[in-house]
Write a protein that binds this ligand. Structure first.
Ligand SMILES: *Cc1c(COP(=O)(O)O)cnc(C)c1O
Length: 386
């Protein structure tokens, strides 16, 4: 058994990035400024988006996206129950109502046909989540959005570097579409906390710029620059969701490493898939049939609780005693008190999501894992499943 605890995730930040962050602090320009603008330009270039707008988290980014679309009371938004709470909180804080469509247990993504069944005259938007970095079947989701005139907010928190049929997630795909990324420390790249909203839609991009700084109609950092103008209007109220230059400094460095990070993630996943293929009690994730590049934010097999005779939670506890960290992504959202109450859904209503929710576990996966770390995980899984 390994001596030290292996966390399920850990970021890799270069010394140069730390120096750049320190430079921002020393310069006196700590908040949003030139490095944030550069980071946005570089992110737009990487993803192929016309506009990339930073935020201080993906939660803030999702909320900005929902506000920019003017979602509100009486509106419905269809999304997946297999996501982080932020996806749905962003909807709820506009006054709109989230509606859960069941997932497919193989791809772990929302099923387009299930979305269509739930469309009503009140439906205004759909929020697909590219679970673990596996792109959703976007051709079908786009066709439904077009047919019923729905906006699309892609929750791309897991999907930086992922691609669907050769198109990078975040790349331009028409109007009233937004794609939101996360830079939380467990994600494919980090800024500490941070997020990015990509869109091709200039109107939405402009609204988001205003929404993220208290409704101020002009770049806040511009007002303080020598050439800046101190006059501004407030066309509608916003919140304070801007990224700091301290964080953007780290993000710029991280972005240069994303392909390298994702390549290492994929390498580790391939070892897991090979080594765990025949382990009784482990059900491996299945690839989607459509052409895609996976960004492997997390590796999430199922624990075959029937075969093993103990629960996924017990599996996680036993892994911990072997000094291996694991995580749960996610408990299906309709099973939480809050989202059960707002949607009126309960156990039994979303059987696929519930099957997954009871069995899924995230094994350690981060670029700095050594080959030895990976075999420690494999050994621990085999031991627990014996
Ligand atoms: C991490 C995550 C978020 C929230 O990201 P933050 O940057 O932590 O706000 C939203 N949705 C999904 C699917 C996530 O994994």
């Amino acid at each position: 058994m390994r001596k030290d605890f292996l966390p399920f995730s850990k970021p890799s930040v270069k010394e140069e990035a730390i120096a750049e962050a320190a430079d921002s602090i020393r310069s006196g320009w700590l908040a949003m400024g030139p490095k944030t603008i550069k980071f946005e330009e570089e992110f737009a270039a990487y993803t192929g988006a016309s506009f990339a707008l930073s935020a201080n988290s993906a939660t803030a980014g999702l909320h900005c996206a929902a506000m920019a679309l003017e979602l509100g009371a009486g509106d419905e938004v269809i999304t997946t129950p297999m996501t982080f709470a932020a996806t749905v909180n962003a909807v709820l804080f506009t006054g709109a109502k989230p509606v859960f469509a069941d997932i497919d247990r193989n791809t772990l993504n929302i099923v387009p046909e299930n979305i269509e069944k739930l469309v009503t005259p009140r439906t205004k938007a759909v929020i697909p989540v590219h679970f673990a970095g596996m792109p959703c079947d976007m051709d079908k989701i786009e066709a439904i959005a077009e047919k019923y005139n729905l906006a699309i907010i892609e929750d791309s928190a897991h999907a930086l570097g992922a691609a669907y049929k050769g198109r990078k997630i975040g790349a331009d795909r028409g109007m009233r579409r937004l794609s939101v990324f996360s830079f939380h420390p467990t994600k494919n790249i980090t800024t500490g906390e941070g997020g990015m909203i990509c869109t091709q839609d200039e109107d939405l991009a402009e609204r988001i710029q205003v929404l993220r700084q208290n409704g101020m109609s002009k770049g806040a950092w511009n007002r303080y620059a020598a050439k800046g103008n101190s006059n501004y209007d407030i066309p509608f109220p916003g919140l304070k969701y801007t990224m700091l230059d301290i964080n953007a400094a780290i993000g710029r460095s991280q972005l240069t490493q994303v392909d390298e990070f994702n390549a290492r993630r994929t390498e580790i996943v391939n070892v897991y898939k090979r080594e765990l293929a025949d382990v009784r009690g482990i059900i491996l994730p299945k690839p989607a049939p459509w052409e895609h590049t996976h960004s492997w934010h997390i590796f999430t097999p199922f624990i075959d609780t029937d075969a093993l005779g103990f629960s996924r939670d017990e599996f996680m506890a036993r892994m911990k005693t072997l000094n291996i960290g694991t995580a749960l992504h996610y408990q299906a959202l309709h099973l939480f008190t809050c989202y059960g109450a707002v949607t009126g859904m309960k156990r039994g209503d979303l059987p696929e999501a519930e099957y997954v929710s009871d069995r899924i576990v995230s094994l350690p996966l981060f670029p700095a894992m050594t080959d030895e770390d990976v075999s420690d995980v494999v050994e621990a899984v085999k031991k627990v499943c014996k």
